[in-house]
Design a protein around this ligand. Structure first.
Ligand code: FES
Length: 104
């Protein structure tokens, strides 16, 4: 079994608690979210109409799309309410040597 390929995404000090930041990894737009004591890496693209989630409201464990208001669970990517029905991608994330690393 090969080791997962994690990519350095952002210094951990640049993602304050209760903040989020978009990064691009391997051509994918990914949103790093620091909420509820946990760092999540999710797709920055809403599953409803391909709009960016980075300006959405983030609360304990979820983010809402700024366009039509669908909410997504940051741990699972699951759509929590309409109009989105499909989940967004979630990516494994870890902190190594004060860097946030994402497998994407
Ligand atoms: S584009 Fe996100 S809910 Fe419609």
């Amino acid at each position: 079994m090969t080791e997962p390929a994690y990519t350095r995404a952002l210094p951990a000090s640049e993602l304050e608690p209760n903040s989020k930041k978009p990064v691009e990894i391997n051509g994918k737009s990914i949103l790093l979210c620091h909420t509820n004591g946990t760092i999540h890496a999710v797709s920055n693209i809403c599953s409803h109409a391909d709009e960016k989630l980075e300006c959405g409201l983030m609360r304990r464990g979820w983010i809402s799309c700024p366009v039509h208001g669908a909410r997504f669970d940051l741990a699972t990517g699951k759509a929590m309410n309409p109009p989105a029905k499909q989940p967004i991608a979630v990516y494994p994330v870890r902190v190594v040597d004060d860097w946030i690393e994402v497998e994407a």
